[in-house]
Design a protein around this ligand. Structure first.
Ligand SMILES: *Cc1c(COP(=O)(O)O)cnc(C)c1O
Length: 396
């Protein structure tokens, strides 16, 4: 833990995670940075106040604690700059507000995080921006949807709830040819398993509420930009006054230190459960990009370094009118899986996926879709719990 961070990109990822963003000798050798809370920051003289010639000027513009997390995320993302905002959703909306103006057209992937779609259809539309939803599998064919006023392409891979993969380099090539900025919601993979900026994406977005925080108790989002797009992002952040809190930044930075080992465990357990599900007659389909049976598997294998712990499966149910009843019986029988939103924390979670708002991609067929976040419990216990769900669904 010395001052040398210049060579850190050649270090192994877990070594990077242990060191990123903060040098203990910047604060008397203490391993973690102090949580510096601030509105007012004092200036020693009127002249320095007049020119803002010091590192910190006001609480909304960063403190040593929020800066430590920004520096750590910059290092992991390979970014020119990162801003912190109070939630993952705010990270997406602030990125849209930074690069879109009235009269613009934006292309947004149809398998997008639901609240992002809601923002497009309400706020963006009210501000005169038209968002058009596109097929996650479009690849280079996305070019057909470009208009002279297309300014932004939003990607998310794998997609929310159904986990469709996207050909990110193909989409980036088209978008840049048309002068559009490419944003990516990379919450699922984290920069450990996919680095958007290395694939030409301009803006990488993370709900660090999920794996970086890791304990189901902190909300925060990060937006990281390449050099070309950083000034506009920073300016928007300052103009809106939407900033992440120092205490939350402290918790997220603490979570980052163990994220590598946690993700390895989430990955291995989720794959074990996914393979077990795939072998069952009462499962119609398993939606997990690391399974060779999954349609986007080749893209995942080509571009990603790993898979995290959330995926879905289709419970095999014949009649559509039984979908909800059987899904609910399944979920009610679980005792280790909690029923709750979000993911990336230590406990396992399950829910019945709602895809009513998809515009261009039909939902997977064959029964209700159940999403599982595989936590840090022992796999044998989780499988025994899921057995209870299958038995209960069969009984109704
Ligand atoms: C959860 C999630 C978000 C939002 O994060 P919050 O901090 O809960 O607002 C954004 N994108 C994706 C893909 C998510 O799963």
């Amino acid at each position: 833990m010395t001052k040398d961070s210049s060579s850190s990109r050649s270090l192994g990822i877990n070594t990077q995670l242990v060191r990123a963003g903060y040098d203990p000798f910047d604060y008397h050798g203490f391993i973690n940075p102090p949580p510096v809370r601030a509105s007012t920051v004092l200036f020693p003289t009127a002249e320095i106040m007049d020119t803002h010639a010091q590192k910190y000027t006001y609480g909304t513009r960063g403190t040593p604690t929020t800066n430590a997390l920004c520096d750590a995320i910059n290092e992991l993302e390979g970014a020119a700059g990162t801003i912190l905002v109070p939630s993952g959703l705010a990270a997406v909306t602030i990125a849209f507000l930074a690069y879109l103006s009235p009269g613009d057209h934006a292309l947004v992937v149809d398998s997008v995080y639901g609240p992002t779609r809601h923002f497009c259809e309400t706020m963006l539309s009210r501000f005169g921006v038209e968002a058009e939803f596109y097929d996650p599998m479009a690849g280079a064919d996305i070019e057909k949807l470009f208009r002279p006023n297309t300014r932004l392409v939003h990607t998310e891979a794998p997609g929310s709830n159904t986990f469709e993969m996207q050909d990110i380099p193909a989409i980036v090539a088209v978008a840049h040819r048309h002068g559009a900025v490419v944003t990516m919601d990379n919450t699922w993979a984290t920069p450990l398993y996919f680095k958007p900026l290395d694939f030409g994406v301009d803006i990488s977005i993370q709900g660090v509420t999920k794996y970086p925080a890791g304990h189901s108790d902190v909300l925060m989002g990060t937006v990281s930009a390449n050099a070309k797009h950083w000034p506009r992002l920073k300016e928007t952040n300052g103009a809106l006054g939407i900033c992440g809190a120092p205490d939350d930044a402290y918790q997220v930075l603490r979570g980052l230190r163990t994220m590598g080992v946690r993700l390895e465990r989430h990955q291995a357990s989720a794959l074990a459960v996914a393979r077990w599900l795939e072998g069952r007659d009462d499962v119609a389909q398993v939606l997990h990009p690391a399974l060779p049976s999954f349609p986007g598997h080749e893209l995942w294998k080509r571009d990603f370094k790993g898979a995290s712990g959330i995926f879905s499966f289709v419970l095999a149910v014949d009649r559509r009118q039984d979908y909800k009843r059987k899904a609910q019986a399944f979920l009610n029988a679980l005792t280790l899986f909690g029923l709750g939103y979000s993911w990336g924390g230590f406990p396992s979670l399950a829910l019945h996926v709602n895809l009513f708002d998809r515009k261009v991609t039909p939902p997977p067929e064959g029964g209700p879709i159940l999403r599982l976040q595989i936590g840090l419990e022992d796999v044998a216990d989780l499988i025994a719990d899921l057995e209870k769900g299958f038995a209960a669904a069969k009984a109704v």
